[in-house]
Every structure is written in C-alpha cells, then in structure tokens.
Design a protein around this ligand. Structure first.
Ligand code: SF4
Ligand code: SF4
Length: 373
C-alpha cells in the first residue's frame, strides 16, 4: 500500500475527517495549545513537516541500546512540552537484551487524536541504532521518498545495503557508539541529538529537558553525560550524498511466517535438523567482542563451558604437542557479545575489544566452513 492509501485507511479506521493531502506543505504551522499535567501551559507554534498526516518515526535497534527509552522521551516531550499529540510503543523479540527491538513514535497536531497503535510502516524517519541491522532489508522498508535515514556507524565506507534507500532520501551518519563510550552515556542520547538536528521542529531544548527528567530520578549521575552525548549527536553527524538508488517510496515489509496453517508439516515438527546453524546473532553485540590471543591460551575449555551459544571453534592440537584439542578462535556469526568467556578465562587469552567495522569478519573462525563461510 502506498503512503497516501495507508493515511486514508488510517483516517477511515479512526473515524476522523480526512484532511486533504497536501504534500507540498512542508513547514506549515500548526498551533497547539494544551495544559500539561504539572499545570505548565504549553503555548507554542509547532511546525510539523506534513500537517495533513502524522509525523512518524521508527527506531530500529536491539535490546540494550535504549531505543524504547528514546521513543518514550521523544513522545513525552512532544505531548507535555510541545502541545502535540503523540503515541509511542515498542515491539520486542523473545528476550529483550540482544534481540530485535522496534520502537514507534507518531506525532500529530493536538486537534487530531491518534487512535491507531499499528506499527509505523511508512516512516518519515528511520533511526538505526546498530549498523549490523543494515543487513536486514526490513530495516529500511517503507521509508518515504523524502524521508530521513539516520544510522549509527563510525566514519568509513557506506554499506552497500544502503543503495536500497530512495535516492531522494536524506542519509545521516553519526558515530553514536563512539560518542556514547567517550561520554559514558548510551547511543540513544546521541541519536536523539542527531534526530533533533535533522528535525528542528522537535526542539532540542524540550527534548533535552525530557531526557534529563527521565534520568534525574533513577540515574542522576547519568544526566550530565547524557546531555553531553545529546549535544554531540546534534553537532557531530555527517550528511551523506548519493547513497540511495531507489525511485519513490520504499515498499512496506510485512513478515510472513514461513509456515502457516495450510503449509506447516503435520504435527508441527521441524524437518530441517540443525537449522540454527543459519542463525546470525551479530546484531546482538553492543559494540564489544571477545578476541583470542592464542599465545596466552592454555586450551582449558572454561570459555566453552560458559558460552551460551557454542561460538568457540576447536581444532586438532599439534602432533606430539601438549594438547589434543586446541581453541582456534571464535565464530562471531553466533557470538552475541555477552563476554562471559572473557570473564571466565583464567589467563587473559580472551580480551574485550571494541568492535570496529569488519573486525569480526576478519577474525572469525567458521564453525561450519563447508556450510557457511
Ligand atoms: S578459557 Fe581462556 S585459556 Fe581457557 S580455552 Fe578459553 S581462551 Fe583459552
Ligand atoms: S561473548 Fe563469549 S561467551 Fe558470549 S556469546 Fe560470544 S563467545 Fe560466547
């Protein structure tokens, strides 16, 4: 479905009068007045880019990087500090930390209720919290042709996957993890800063106030570092040219189950034994990975005992040598970066290193080289 059709359907579902679509109205002004719960009167002219429809943002992330908190801060600031209507929710996988998280924010003028809680499928902005997510085509799906795509990565070559973006889309890159590590913050504060720089109508001061309020209760020690990370995110991004090649709005991706009631094997059995070999947990790492120094390794196997995903690759020891089996390295395809192996290693042979682009691919020792290289 095209964006216009989806807007029309949403309006019908909500039973609200359909406003005429006017894509040529960017920057039109909407007056929004509301009294916030703490009796502060919000009285501000907020310029929404498309006043005839909601402004929609999708955060693509993995558990632990703070996408849910970022969405909450953004929607709270919009409702309580800008007089807008806002809605926010997130969808998680089976476990929060390390699994895919999508967080959705819808903003609109105070006069227009937001009654849908459907996932944002045709976003005006997509913010990607981890570069490994770019391998999944669903990450970019549905971006409108004049949309904004922000992703977390250090300077360097642009991933080939981004050619799938509309050529008319704005692409911004910020080293959110690097800044977050330096400021002892999290990537969400940095990416919120970049988002606000991309869309000044969001109001940096309001978002920063909401971010401060979010942390001042439970984590007051994080307030100053978050503020620095936010400000650096708003200043230290790059706008990349000539990235996307696609024409028009990107198609919406709706995941279809591989098997449904008509096609599943009788009895619900899994007929493909060993199919988890095709899993790829790379996106679960949050910036660090274990790196083996074989000189220090005594092949005791303690790391293998604690690894939850059997990522450690073993091979034959040297003929006539001390060890029958020797640790060869890590298959990072299955490593989610929990670093339990590092904690348990008695000799320091496994150490934590910052994950830079391509490092895991260079050091990886494949567990199933005949199957997956
Ligand atoms: S725990 Fe350390 S020393 Fe023991 S096998 Fe693993 S890496 Fe080698
Ligand atoms: S960090 Fe270590 S223990 Fe954790 S998944 Fe990776 S190899 Fe296994």
């Amino acid at each position: 479905m095209k964006r216009d059709e989806i807007d029309a359907k949403t309006a019908r579902d909500e039973g609200v009068p359909r406003l005429p679509l006017s894509p040529a109205m960017p920057g039109a002004e909407v007056r929004s007045i509301r009294v916030s719960p703490d009796d502060r009167t919000v009285n501000r002219i907020v310029a929404l880019p498309h006043p005839a429809r909601f402004f929609e943002i999708r955060f693509e992330s993995i558990g632990g990087l703070g996408a849910h908190a970022a969405g909450q801060v953004l929607a709270t600031a919009a409702v309580l500090r800008m007089g807008l209507n806002g809605a926010h929710f997130s969808s998680y996988g089976s476990e929060k930390k390390g699994s895919l998280v999508r967080s959705f924010v819808r903003l609109g003028p105070a006069e227009r209720p937001i009654r849908t809680s459907a996932p944002v499928e045709t976003p005006d902005a997509i913010v990607v919290f981890h570069a490994a997510l770019l391998r999944n085509p669903a990450t970019v799906a549905g971006l409108v042709k004049d949309g904004t795509f922000i992703y977390n990565a250090p300077p360097g070559p642009v991933p080939v996957e981004l050619a799938a973006l509309p050529h008319t889309a704005r692409v911004m890159r910020v080293n959110a993890l690097g800044i977050a590590v330096e400021e002892k913050s999290r990537p969400n504060a940095v990416l919120l800063g970049t988002l606000v720089a991309a869309f000044p109508f969001l109001g940096a001061d309001r978002i920063l106030e909401a971010l401060t309020e979010e942390f001042s209760g439970k984590h007051p020690e994080a307030v100053a570092s978050n503020a620095r990370a936010f400000q650096r995110g708003a200043a230290e991004f790059e706008t990349l040219e000539h990235v996307g090649c696609a024409e028009g709005d990107l198609p919406v991706a709706r995941a279809e189950p591989v098997w449904g009631y008509e096609t599943q094997p009788v009895g619900g059995i899994v007929p493909e034994a060993g199919n988890t070999a095709w899993n790829d947990l790379s996106a679960s790492r949050t910036g660090w990975l274990p790196v083996l120094n074989r000189e220090k390794c005594i092949h005791c196997g303690l790391c293998d005992l604690v690894c939850p995903d059997f990522c450690l690759a073993w091979g034959e020891g040297e003929k006539g040598g001390t060890y029958e089996r020797e640790l060869m390295g890590v298959d990072y395809r299955y490593c989610k970066g929990c670093l339990r192996c590092v904690e348990s290693c008695p000799t320091g042979a496994l150490a934590t290193e910052t994950e830079t682009p391509g490092l895991a691919d260079r050091l990886r020792v494949p567990l199933f080289p005949d199957l997956i290289r």
